[in-house]
Design a protein around this ligand. Structure first.
Ligand SMILES: NC(=O)c1ccc[n+]([C@@H]2O[C@H](COP(=O)([O-])OP(=O)(O)OC[C@H]3O[C@@H](n4cnc5c(N)ncnc54)[C@H](O)[C@@H]3O)[C@@H](O)[C@H]2O)c1
Length: 246
């Protein structure tokens, strides 16, 4: 087990990629704080995670709100006495053409996808021991453009920049900060409302000819959260079935 007796927070963990990451961490022996907007969703995930033989804690938290983020970290310390790993996964990706975007559309996406990484990372780094790990879930939309997602692409580009600079600032404490950039991954938010035709169109753009699944992202997160990645920091690891190769 790579992460036995470690303690991790995963944001946006009631479903999709976040739930996949939380389950994979638990399979490696890691105790997990499951955080999402609503307590009931977190509690359902906790029941599943505890079946894997680790301890889990449900804490509702809107990651764009500083007081709620501070509460998330303090609850983690109250229950487990430490925090080793933070996975900044919560995110939203509402499609809207650039010319129709309102200021509040822009602010919402930047707050949930980018400001959250600042808030959660700062609150967590205050209590993390040397050797802690921060893994940010970015997107291939940080590297290439997607029509209808200007605000999202900007937010994820910001996550990559934050990742590199925070890695420099926390290097003296041996805290590694990296990002994973997923391609098209099956999740309620991403593929839940897609028609078969839309799915086939997307698969056509992926050299490995399938959607990714949360486990594909979770395995790269496990690696980056483990001591096997102690000498890797400030990197963005693309996990996209080859989408961005052409
Ligand atoms: N699925 C993909 O194809 C894909 C591709 C690239 C990047 N990503 C990124 O992966 C992450 C997870 O995406 P997913 O596909 O699992 O999406 P999803 O919509 O299925 O799950 C996202 C979770 O985040 C939670 N969330 C939303 N706003 C929140 C907030 N303010 N505070 C706390 N939690 C909040 C939601 O309740 C939900 O449980 C996101 O950061 C997304 O940008 C996903």
């Amino acid at each position: 087990m790579l992460l036995k007796d470690k303690v991790a927070i995963v944001t946006g963990a009631k479903q999709g990629i976040g739930l996949g990451i939380a389950m994979a961490l638990a399979k490696e022996g890691c105790n997990v704080v499951v955080s999402d907007l609503e307590q009931s969703g977190c509690e359902s995930a906790v029941i599943e995670i505890e079946k894997l033989g680790v301890k889990a804690l449900a804490v509702s938290c809107d990651v764009s709100q500083k007081d709620q983020v501070d509460h998330l970290v303090s609850e983690t310390i109250s229950k487990f006495g430490k925090l080793d790993i933070l996975v900044n996964n919560a995110g939203i990706f509402p499609f809207k053409p650039f010319m129709d975007l309102s200021e509040s559309d822009w602010d919402k996406v930047i707050d949930v996808n980018l400001k959250s990484v600042f808030l959660c990372s700062q609150a967590s780094a205050k209590v993390m021991p040397d050797g802690g790990k921060i893994v940010n879930i970015s997107s291939i939309a940080s590297l290439v453009g997607f029509e209808g997602l200007t605000h999202y692409c900007a937010s994820k580009g910001g996550v990559n920049g934050l990742t590199r600079t925070l890695a420099l600032e926390l290097a003296s404490r041996k805290i590694n900060v990296n990002a994973v950039a997923p391609g098209a991954i099956e999740s309620p938010g991403a593929t839940g409302a897609m028609t078969d035709e839309m799915k086939q169109g997307t698969i056509g753009a992926i050299p490995l000819k399938r959607f990714g699944v949360p486990e594909d992202i979770a395995q790269s997160v496990i690696f980056l959260a483990s001591n096997n990645a102690d000498y890797i920091t400030g990197q963005v690891i693309v996990v996209d079935g080859g989408w961005t190769l052409r």
